[in-house]
Design a protein around this ligand. Structure first.
Ligand code: G6P
Length: 365
């Protein structure tokens, strides 16, 4: 088993560090800068639907939520991000002009599979975004886009998540180009940024020490709050989920703009608040949310873009990440949150790869 961990103490850490390679494999051969197109190799008519339901569970659901922002921004198709266990029982409005995108690392999650079957019964076209080759879901979708992240052993999903995000970016660009909503120049910029991703994630991994220092400082906290806006709201939820799963610390996530409607009452010096404050359309708004927390004595750990000095005025701790296109920022920003959860769990002596009560793949309801 030690050999399989490739010298890492845990599968989770190994898989976190495999992300540059995993991303390379997700993107490999699919980016075509010469005509600003992506080649997905799937048989699906991009004009055959006018709404999209992205359906998944757990971490894959957060990838779906990011996908909603991506597809709506680039392809201007209305998208619902749906939790599979809800979707399958809530009599969803689906017809022949609906595309169901199901996202799953294992391809075996029963709620996701049953939600897919439900959507298909009602006439939807279907596309799987899947890691495990030949898994049950891949046999039931009209088309499958493999994320090629390689086997993931750690129960807490890491490299599959970033690979799912990269895959959702590809789908959004593909739809945007095919449907004429994404201009060549804008597509080209995204493709170039996607190509840089493996290197950017590597840069984040090289900064593990910074995250370890933050973990050291806050690992005794009993609660954490994670905040983010726009396409970084799902990143906040995924960061909170990782921490819950492997450290057993209570963590809650909120879209930062919604904080004033409740969670702000929780702010005190004992609640570390992790804020996704990377560059993007809502940066200034996020900064004012950060100020609100700071004014109430909260401790801010900011994930911010390289070169942002302003954030230092409000945050006690800053974890810098390299600059990237704002629509791709979740892929870069989630990595320090994975590391934070990992470092805290190790400091607390938790079983990182086999957290209590959790299963890698949930095949019973
Ligand atoms: C389980 C795992 C999670 C995973 C979820 C969905 O709960 O512990 O890490 O995100 O299932 O799994 P899937 O294989 O469908 O992506």
């Amino acid at each position: 088993e030690d050999a399989e961990k490739g010298g890492y103490p845990h599968y989770m850490l190994k898989e976190i560090f495999e992300q540059p390679t995993a991303l390379q494999n997700t993107l490999g051969g699919r980016l075509h800068e010469e005509n600003a197109e992506v080649a997905l190799g799937i048989e699906l008519d991009p004009h055959a639907f006018d709404r999209v339901h992205v359906i998944a569970c757990g971490t894959a659901f957060y990838a779906g939520w990011v996908g909603k922002y991506l597809i709506e921004a680039l392809a201007r198709i209305p998208v619902e991000a749906e939790i599979a266990s809800e979707y399958r029982y809530r009599d969803p409005v689906v017809d022949e002009r609906t595309l169901a995108i199901v996202i799953s690392q294992s391809g075996e999650t029963v709620d996701t599979l049953e939600a897919l079957r439900e959507a298909k019964r009602r006439g939807a076209k279907s596309l799987g975004v899947i890691n495990a080759k030949g898994s049950t879901i891949t046999r039931e979708t009209d088309a499958t886009l493999y994320i090629h992240a390689g086997p993931e052993i750690g129960v807490a999903s890491t490299k599959a998540y970033t690979a799912m995000l990269a895959a959702m970016s590809l789908i959004a660009i593909w739809l945007g180009r095919a449907r004429g909503t994404l201009e060549e120049a804008a597509a080209l910029e995204l493709l170039r940024e996607l190509r840089r991703l493996p290197r950017l994630v590597e840069e984040v991994l090289e900064r593990r020490d910074v995250v370890a220092h933050v973990a050291e400082k806050y690992h005794q906290a009993t609660d954490f709050l994670f905040l983010g806006r726009h396409i970084q709201a799902p990143t906040a939820y995924e960061g909170a989920l990782k921490l819950k799963e492997i450290s057993y610390i209570h963590a809650e996530a909120y879209p930062a703009g919604e904080m004033k409607h409740g969670p702000i009452a929780l702010i005190d010096p004992h609640l570390p608040v992790v804020v996704l404050a990377t560059e993007g359309p809502l940066y200034e708004k996020t900064l004012s949310n950060v100020q609100e927390v700071r004014a109430r004595g909260g401790h801010i750990i900011a994930v911010a873009t390289d070169g942002d000095e302003e954030i230092r005025r409000f945050a006690q701790d800053v974890i810098y990440v390299p600059r990237v296109h704002p629509l791709l920022s979740p892929i870069v920003s989630v990595v320090p949150l994975q590391l934070l959860a990992y470092e805290i769990a190790v400091l607390l002596g938790r079983d990182v790869d086999q957290p209590r009560n959790l299963a890698k793949s949930v095949t019973v309801e």
